[in-house]
Design a protein around this ligand. Structure first.
Ligand code: NAI
Length: 677
């Protein structure tokens, strides 16, 4: 008998326990164990079989580590077919997260019972796949085409109550799955038609074409949502015996696809990112109360995120009016949460009572951690920390949310430097997933580990960064923008560059994005960097000239594009095109045409190069840290795996070649990373 699948037959009822920690994944041993169980139970002439999971969940999916290898016998669809075809009716009694292969197993059973609160889903789409064991073929037969498309093309989860409402369950229970299964088996209803043999209600002739258009728009270049739609269309138009092998073949083909490899890379990276070497041996300190200094755009978002994660929050502002304004801003975010149904009235009361605001630093005394988000000015930030240090415990953690200043300077003169850290949030701070956790040379492992712990509680992706101008994310962004400006000078238009990068998969191109967020911050940065910029580096001043002409982007209705009142659609502006041509002529540049591919190659080359430099310098520990920063903070398409993974995928030789062209185009302007030179 298999270790991971145990069969116990008593009173003609078989108990089939899957025990493959941590999540009872359908690895080879589980598949074989289940297949053997079908035979054993059939021979024993049992009247019912109950399959359930040991531990905290039923089967939560496939064994992803098997995906890179050739599939091993027995194949999952055959195992599930054997269960569905068995002379003995199988009852799935599930709990926890019944996902992917787990949900497919439940659908192959004659009956499905779920513990209250169990969550169901087909997350294969998130790994660039379609289900591989009949999920896309049985689900529409179980709950209808609409609901099946909704689940399979998004990977979202629904709870047991919702699945029952959709007709996918035979019962919901509280308590132990096996006990519930036994109670059900004691009074077994007549066996219903197999799910795979059920009819699907016909849909309108243009139904799938419409869905295709809808999903394609939402998928932004990712192909797996459309693959899942296609598989469900097979279910709706073909008998199960034809649709199922097609689904299986597509699943196997997709395992080798670039998108699935990239998405799996991100899946593993998101697990590895929480464990950088720098926190090994560190123990997170207990944080209950957080003091947020500055209740502006960032501070209010940070405070709101902390409240939602269950912390007590003390907001400090520069005077009473500002404290009130900050508190109002946070109250507005809570209201917004209520309106969107994300926060209950009861929860809102709790959040409000966990918040206090003051202009007196004495209020910070009880906090375990302070996060500063005041103006981006050393002369403002330094006194803030002096005041905090005067009132807070000497071991309380001090964090700055600065984007560009050097944290070492910000904390100058404060005692106990082991407690200094950077916590760089992204705007809007309560929504954006990325949190750069910045290590100073003095930061202790415990304090760093606390930063990661905080990130986890805030449900953010915490990425470790060392200190450099812009940390990981903004440093790469500025290289990217600099190269985009070189391309402008050499022959492109903002429109063409934006289109090329959108087609690559970015949510927006670099120029439309600058217009959206405003041109001033980058302008201020360029001015700040002017003193240290190498004299022979190529400098494009078009952005500066736009700012000097008070073209700051959408909010001034002019930037890289122009905008009509109340309309955010960028319109080409001859002012900008003329300016580009003039500047190029003045610099003696002969403009030429670039293909979209050349634009992508060059912009990606500088991104990858900057990422490689960042790793080389030890600012990031690993390539995967760079990948996650770009994906979670800058909208880099997840299905491309992040810039570093993308570089590996297209081949570093190609990147090297593109980087050589970049350097030839703008000599003396780039430092090239070791692995690209
Ligand atoms: P903001 O101007 O919206 O808010 C700053 C707040 O700090 C204001 O409410 C102001 O009254 C308050 N403040 C100023 N001096 C103070 C003092 N001495 N004591 C207490 N409060 C004081 O600025 P924003 O955008 O929220 O930025 C704050 C910080 O966050 C800056 O360091 C910025 O670089 C950083 N950051 C900003 C991002 C953004 O997208 N805006 C993104 C990531 C970081």
């Amino acid at each position: 008998m298999s270790d991971v699948v145990r069969v116990d037959i008593q009173d003609q009822v078989a108990r089939v326990e899957i025990n493959n920690p941590p999540v009872n994944a359908t690895g080879q041993a589980v598949r074989q164990g289940l297949l053997d169980a079908v035979a054993q139970i059939g021979q024993a002439g049992a009247k019912a079989a109950i399959v359930y999971g040991a531990g905290r969940t039923f089967v939560a999916g496939g064994d992803i580590s098997e995906f890179g290898k050739p599939p091993q016998l027995p194949h999952l669809p055959d195992v599930y077919q054997a269960i569905e075809d068995s002379s003995v009716p199988w009852i799935a009694a599930v709990h926890g997260t019944t996902l992917g292969g787990g949900f497919e197993l439940a659908m192959a059973c004659a009956f499905r019972l779920a513990q209250n609160g169990t969550r169901f889903g087909l997350p294969e789409v998130n790994l660039g796949l379609v289900p591989g064991a009949g999920g896309s073929q049985r689900l529409p037969r179980l709950i209808g085409v609409d609901a099946a498309i909704d689940l399979a093309t998004t990977g979202k989860m629904i709870d047991a109550a919702k699945l029952q409402e959709l007709g996918g369950l035979d019962g919901i229970f509280e308590g132990d799955p096996l006990e519930a299964g036994l109670a059900f088996a004691a009074d077994l209803p007549a066996r219903p038609t197999k799910v795979s043999a059920r009819d699907i209600a016909p849909v309108d002739s243009d139904y799938f074409a419409q869905k295709h258009a809808e999903i394609k728009k939402r998928a932004k270049g990712q192909s797996s949502p459309l693959d899942n739609l296609k598989a469900i269309e097979w279910a709706a138009t073909l008998p199960f015996a034809e649709g199922q092998p097609k689904e299986r073949q597509l699943h196997l083909d997709l395992r080798d696809s670039a998108q699935s490899q990239a998405l799996r890379h991100v899946f593993f990276a998101e697990r590895a990112v929480t464990k950088p070497k720098a926190i090994e041996g560190g123990t997170p300190l207990e944080i209950n109360t957080i003091c947020v200094v500055g209740g502006g755009l960032m501070g209010a978002g940070i405070a709101f995120a902390c409240l939602q994660a269950g912390y007590q929050v003390i907001l400090i502002e520069r005077d009473d009016d500002a404290a009130q304004a900050g508190q109002d801003r946070i109250a507005g975010l809570i209201e917004g949460g209520i309106k969107r149904g994300k926060i209950s009235d009861e929860k809102a009361v709790k959040l409000r009572s966990a918040l206090s605001a003051s202009s007196d630093y004495a209020a910070s005394a009880s906090a375990d951690l302070a996060i500063e988000a005041v103006f981006e000015d050393l002369a403002v930030k330094q006194p803030v920390f002096q005041s905090l240090a005067a009132h807070m415990r000497s071991d309380a953690i001090l964090a700055t949310n600065t984007s560009y200043l050097d944290p070492t300077q910000i904390f100058e003169g404060i005692d106990n430097p082991a407690r200094f850290i950077g916590l760089h949030f992204f705007s809007p701070a309560h929504i954006m997933k990325l949190l750069e956790i910045v290590k100073l040379p003095t930061t202790s492992k415990d304090v760093l580990a606390t930063g990661f712990d905080l990130g986890k509680r805030l449900r953010k992706v915490g990425v470790l960064s060392g200190i450099c101008d812009g940390f990981i994310g903004n440093r790469i962004l500025s290289a990217y923008r600099r190269q985009a400006d070189y391309l402008l000078m050499d022959g492109c238009t903002p429109r063409q560059i934006d289109r090329a990068m959108r087609d690559f998969g970015m949510p927006m191109g670099p120029y439309e994005l600058q217009d959206l967020t405003g041109l001033q911050i980058a302008w201020a940065n360029r001015k700040r960097q002017a003193a240290t910029r190498p004299a022979d580096e190529r400098y494009v001043r078009i952005g500066d000239l736009l700012c000097e002409a008070e073209r700051f982007g959408q909010r001034s209705q002019k930037g890289w594009y122009q905008y009509e009142e109340g309309n955010r659609t960028p319109q080409d502006d001859p002012f900008v095109t003329d300016l580009i041509i003039e500047e190029a002529a003045q610099a003696g540049v002969t403009r030429r045409d670039f293909t979209d591919q050349e634009i992508v190659d060059r912009l990606m080359a500088v991104m990858i190069n900057e990422g490689a430099l960042i790793v080389e310098e030890g600012i990031a520990e690993r390539d995967l840290d760079v990948d996650l920063v770009k994906i979670h903070g800058y909208g880099f398409p997840r299905w491309r795996g992040g810039p570093m993974h993308y570089g590996e995928q297209i081949g570093m030789d190609k990147v090297k070649q593109a980087m050589a062209e970049v350097v030839a185009q703008s000599p003396n302007s780039w430092r090239v990373a070791g692995r690209l030179s």
